[in-house]
Design a protein around this ligand. Structure first.
Ligand SMILES: NC(=O)c1ccc[n+]([C@@H]2O[C@H](COP(=O)([O-])OP(=O)(O)OC[C@H]3O[C@@H](n4cnc5c(N)ncnc54)[C@H](OP(=O)(O)O)[C@@H]3O)[C@@H](O)[C@H]2O)c1
Length: 309
């Protein structure tokens, strides 16, 4: 038997999350069972459990966890993997568990130079970041405004945009401005005075593209004053689609294509340090409620990761 985190109801994660004992899964021919060494927590998991993405009773109990890294425990004959291989699982389902079952297509070899915690924190944010940049075809001629440049997705957006040669202005809280400078962006604070701060940062350059990872009206309103709506890509401003901005979420064929193609380059770039993956804190399953609750509020920069014992 093995441990797994579930939520039997939607609501406050400190109340609805529990640890249950389940059978260790067995792989089909093209499936792999991975002994989880680390599983990355994402805002998506928090939204699913708290019910902000819907409260369908058909989906209960919930088994959260969308990405993990670990060691192959059992491999189907046609999976292409062998027991002992170190792998990353993305997209995963029910990854907050000691063992995760996944189709071989979602299992990727973990570069030896990439730690388990970092590998389990990279891909969901990373493929999303690459998707936003590819959707806007950002290149060295662009001046890009990134809302939420210090976040998991935003940090990779900034890194990749700078690597493409673009000029990058990014919003963050003041405590994260030095981090943005290190990534190569000009930092500005969100909140009061945002428009004036962006104007000062851009000087006489024109903003040509906006990537929003925050979704606030403040971020979208200031962006619509700077560029045409089709040059604004958001991963979070669901309520502003009527403004003509582009929402990307992996549901279109183009978005899925960008994300599939991004996986191997992201793993290689993270392994050799071209992309930094910051792990803020690791948690045991016993502290799942705390981890979810803290990620759902103001939290430190970097990823939260579960490490089953
Ligand atoms: N559509 C998709 O495919 C997709 C995929 C992944 C994630 N998402 C969504 O994208 C969002 C970001 O995900 P993430 O993993 O990057 O989250 P994260 O690591 O928690 O980052 C959140 C960012 O938002 C900034 N922020 C917080 N409050 C703000 C405010 N009032 N105004 C401006 N910025 C603010 C934070 O900056 P400071 O701390 O410096 O203030 C931080 O940079 C989440 O809503 C997530 O669900 C969507």
């Amino acid at each position: 038997m093995a441990k797994k985190i579930i939520a039997a109801a939607y609501g406050d994660p400190t109340e609805v999350l529990e640890i249950v004992e389940v059978e260790i899964p067995k792989p089909g021919r093209e499936q792999v069972v991975v002994r989880v060494r680390a599983a990355g927590l994402n805002p998506f998991d928090v939204k699913v459990v708290s019910g902000t993405l819907g409260r369908s009773s058909d989906k209960l109990p919930l088994s959260p966890g969308a990405e993990a890294a670990g060691v192959v425990h059992a491999a189907g004959a046609a999976s292409g993997f062998a027991v002992g291989d170190e792998v990353v699982v993305y997209p995963a389902t029910a990854a907050f568990a000691e063992y995760v079952l996944a189709p071989a297509a979602s299992v990727h070899r973990k570069p030896a130079d990439l730690g388990f915690a970092e590998a389990a924190s990279l891909l969901l944010a990373g493929v999303t970041a690459v998707d936003t940049l590819a959707t806007l075809r950002v290149d060295g001629d662009d001046v890009v405004l990134v809302h939420g440049g210090s976040g998991a997705v935003g940090s990779i957006v900034v890194t990749e945009a700078v690597a493409a040669g673009a000029t990058v202005i990014a919003t963050a809280s003041p405590r994260n401005h030095e981090h943005l400078r290190e990534l190569g962006a000009v930092p500005v604070s969100h909140g009061d005075g945002l428009a004036a701060a962006i104007d000062e940062a851009r000087g006489d350059q024109r903003i040509t593209a906006v990537i929003d990872t925050v979704g606030t009206d403040e971020a979208i309103d200031v962006s619509l004053e700077l560029v045409a709506p089709h040059r604004i890509v958001s991963i979070a401003a669901w309520g502003r689609a009527d403004d003509g901005i582009v929402i990307v979420d992996g549901s279109s064929e183009q978005s899925r294509h960008h994300r599939r193609e991004a996986v191997e380059p992201l793993l290689a770039d993270a392994a050799d340090g071209r992309i930094g993956v910051e792990v803020a804190r690791t948690f045991s399953f016993d502290d799942a409620g705390t981890a979810f609750a803290e990620l759902g509020g103001a939290h430190p920069r970097g990823k939260f990761v579960f490490e089953p014992k």
